[in-house]
Design a protein around this ligand. Structure first.
Ligand code: TXA
Ligand code: MG
Length: 311
């Protein structure tokens, strides 16, 4: 156990905030049992108080203590995917207070796999509330440096854990109702989930609110547009200064061009750092070449849609 991790656990016990790596994105952690700490967390993020936050645990056993009903499917998913990039929404137990659930009767639970997150959770020996460590509505951080850039003095300590392996937020499955619902696509695909629990319903308009469900989210400051590959050339010809995120080779008329991998997991890993780079290029507009249509691109497509203005 490193001394940094011990210091981080002390900060959490004292009601402070700690940035820490997870396999998906970096989290901004606070003691999930302390209202004061969670209020500070929301203030640092600039997040509305009625938005629920995901609670992180060292083990499934600890996580399930925060739920009052644990359906069979939840145990099976936990068995298969925890520790890992999956969040389960379950009916809350009395441990999950209104200040972490946004006043809802459900709670979001996750057991991350990143070794530094696991060390921190073990050392702290409690539940850590942690949204992504960015300001509300902005691009999530995938390195410790991103967290420092975004949150500056508002975070007492950021644990270093290298670039996030997955690169986009966890898959969220809601098991609090009659049917299992996929609330947020992620690196664990719908198909992989269905092999464990059978068919998953699509997100309904009435599903519980969650900030990942807002139309525009994970957004850079520069206006971004998604265009099909065949329309890229026409957009570039309009002569605006553009920064481009594409699969194809750079066009010599464009000064800032990032070429992305054609494999969805590699694309996801690179995505948020790429959006940050495009944003700091100082162009009038960001152009994003639309990814292919297959299911394996669902999670990437979801994040890109939220980063872009709806055309
Ligand atoms: O990968 C992740 O999940 C990262 C890392 C840090 O673990 N965390 C993350 O947290 O993305 P956050 O707070 O930025 O996004 C959590 C999503 C939000 O859309 C939140 O509203 C939703 O989970 N959520 C949490 N509890 C919920 C609940 N009871 N019902 C519905 N949605 C919930
Ligand atoms: Mg977030």
């Amino acid at each position: 156990m490193s001394s940094e991790v011990r210091r981080a656990a002390q900060i959490l016990r004292a009601g402070g905030l700690v940035g820490f790596p997870t396999e998906t994105v970096y989290g901004l952690g606070a003691d999930a049992s302390s209202e004061k700490a969670v209020v500070r967390l929301y203030a640092a993020k600039g997040r509305p108080a009625d938005h629920p936050v995901i609670i992180h645990f060292a083990s499934a056993e600890q996580a399930f203590a925060w739920a009052r009903e644990i359906p069979h499917g939840a145990r099976e998913l936990a068995q298969r995917f925890w520790p890992g990039p999956l969040t389960l929404i379950l009916k809350r137990s009395t441990l999950a207070k209104d200040f972490v659930t946004g006043g809802q009767d459900t709670v979001g639970l996750r057991v991350p796999s990143h070794p530094v997150a696991r060390q921190l959770l073990k050392e702290f020996a409690g539940a850590i509330a942690a949204p992504s460590a960015n300001r509300f509505g902005k691009v999530s951080p995938t390195t410790a440096a991103h967290v420092r850039q975004d949150l500056g003095k508002d975070v007492e300590l950021v644990l270093e854990g290298g670039p996030s392996e997955v690169g986009i937020e966890s898959t969220i499955v809601d098991l609090s109702g009659a049917a299992a619902v996929l609330l947020r696509p992620g690196s664990i695909s719908k198909e992989a989930l269905e092999t464990v629990i059978g068919s998953l319903a699509e997100k309904a308009a009435t599903s519980p609110r969650h900030s990942g469900g807002l139309e525009r989210h994970y957004a850079p400051r520069t206006p971004a547009r998604m265009v099909p590959a065949h329309a890229l050339d026409k957009e570039i010809s309009k002569g605006k200064s553009v920064a481009v995120l594409a699969f194809s080779r750079p066009d010599e008329r464009v000064d800032f061009w990032l070429r992305m991998p054609r494999e969805p997991q590699a694309y996801a890993r690179r995505l948020y750092a790429a959006l940050r780079e495009l944003d700091s290029a100082g162009c009038e507009q960001i152009l994003v070449e639309a990814p292919p249509g297959g299911d394996e691109w669902d999670a990437v497509r979801d994040r890109l849609k939220r980063a872009c203005e709806q055309a």
